[in-house]
Unconditional design. Structure first.
Length: 401
């Protein structure tokens, strides 16, 4: 029986993806879980796996094609389906004298040939200056108006996406005394969503200052006595998972003119990468220990920076954390990531003089500024939530009782 392989939804930022590379061809045998292709969204390159075992009957989209979430891109069946399959019917029920399986019509330069020296009568053997390029690097070069013939790849064999990015940054176009950096696919998506956020979401900001002395002590004790690697972000996520139990609107999303409240807390982590910004999501943080939060967070951040995040690891959060403290930033505001309820901007830990009733003492302080969607959350509600968050961070043992 022939089964359809459909393109999965790419997440909340886009419903389209570009096919980067097919890992299989018609006639290949595949097992459940085998990677069939890689597809590029505006956030990452994602592997698409087979949900069934069988023989590849047909491939319905070429490398470089843009497809929608839910589109059929591949047909998998068994060997007898090869003789009965018809692309026009797509059902496998139309008999045919000859198999109608069609190989995807790919241009030859989509494949990487063996590089051979070029022979000339005057100079003998000289290396060719034209290198083959991967499909995703070709698309990026087209977006950034980069001439592939002017690129010498880092690996000396074929041009990658990284080669195009490096070349574009070094060779920006000079126009009337200023330079223009072409917008990448991800940069355009970020711009579109930020405009959507500020133009359609009524937001307000609330800031609290947090005494981090006990949190710092707890972090040191966990590292020394438990050999547990914990970041301040992990402590904020843990505190947020507890605060959300008393303030469930933190677990809400505004979609289709309704407020949808979810049973678990899904926290997004804003991660800076070379192309822009991605937001992997730690799901169900209210069910995780501090150690599990730290482990999951590090794994997601590593995948984000490698560009290997899966579609279901993004776009499903209810609140996002953006931390610029490691860059020496004391305080900032962030833009709500729709359709989420809020985003928390975490500043760095700074020693400040604090009056204790008798005099000033040096205290390690950290600012947290929340930006909230006013359609779901009111000012007093946000202030009480941040006050609870502050209490948990200032007395972290409360998170474990």
């Amino acid at each position: 029986m022939i089964k359809e392989i459909r393109m999965p939804k790419a997440g909340q930022t886009t419903d389209t993806a570009v096919i980067v590379e097919w890992k299989i061809k018609p006639g290949d045998k595949v097992e459940r879980g085998d990677v069939l292709l890689e597809a590029e969204t505006d956030k990452a390159v994602l592997p698409v796996e087979s949900f069934t075992a069988g023989v590849v009957i047909d491939i319905l989209a070429k490398e470089g094609d843009t497809v929608e979430g839910g589109d059929v891109v591949c047909m998998i069946g068994d060997t007898k389906d090869m003789a009965t399959y018809s692309r026009s019917s797509g059902t496998g029920t139309t008999p045919a004298v000859q198999p109608q399986v069609q190989l995807p019509s790919e241009p030859e330069d989509e494949f990487i040939p063996i590089m051979r020296p070029v022979v000339t009568k005057t100079t003998g053997f000289t290396p060719s200056r034209h290198f083959p390029a991967m499909p995703n690097s070709k698309r990026l070069a087209k977006e950034l108006a980069v001439d592939l013939n002017s690129i010498t790849p880092i690996n000396g064999i074929y041009i990658t996406r990284q080669d195009v990015q490096v070349h574009a940054k070094k060779h920006v176009v000079d126009i009337a005394g200023y330079t223009v950096m072409p917008m990448s696919r991800m940069r355009k998506a970020i711009a579109r969503r930020m405009v959507e956020s500020v133009s359609s979401i009524p937001t307000f900001q609330v800031t609290v200052s947090v005494d981090m002395r006990q949190a710092i002590d707890l972090k040191k004790q966990l590292e020394v006595f438990r050999q547990m690697k914990v970041s301040y972000n992990d402590l904020v996520v843990k505190a947020l998972s507890i605060a959300a139990k008393s303030f469930p609107l933190i677990n809400a999303r505004y979609m289709q003119d309704e407020i949808r409240m979810y049973g678990h807390t899904n926290v997004g982590l804003a991660v800076a990468i070379d192309d822009g910004l991605v937001v992997p999501v730690i799901k169900g943080v209210d069910t995780l220990s501090l150690a599990d939060i730290g482990k999951t967070s590090r794994a997601l951040i590593e995948k984000a920076r490698e560009g290997t995040l899966l579609a279901d690891e993004m776009g499903c959060g209810s609140i996002t954390i953006s931390n610029l403290g490691m860059y020496g930033v004391d305080h900032f505001t962030a833009i709500v990531n729709p359709p989420e309820a809020a985003i928390l901007a975490i500043g760095g830990i700074v020693t400040k003089p604090v009056w204790d009733g008798n005099g000033f003492k040096p205290v390690e302080m950290m600012t947290i500024t929340g930006a909230f969607d006013h359609r779901m959350i009111d000012g007093a509600y946000a202030a009480r939530m941040l006050d609870t968050l502050r209490t948990l961070l200032e007395h972290p043992t409360l998170m474990f009782v």
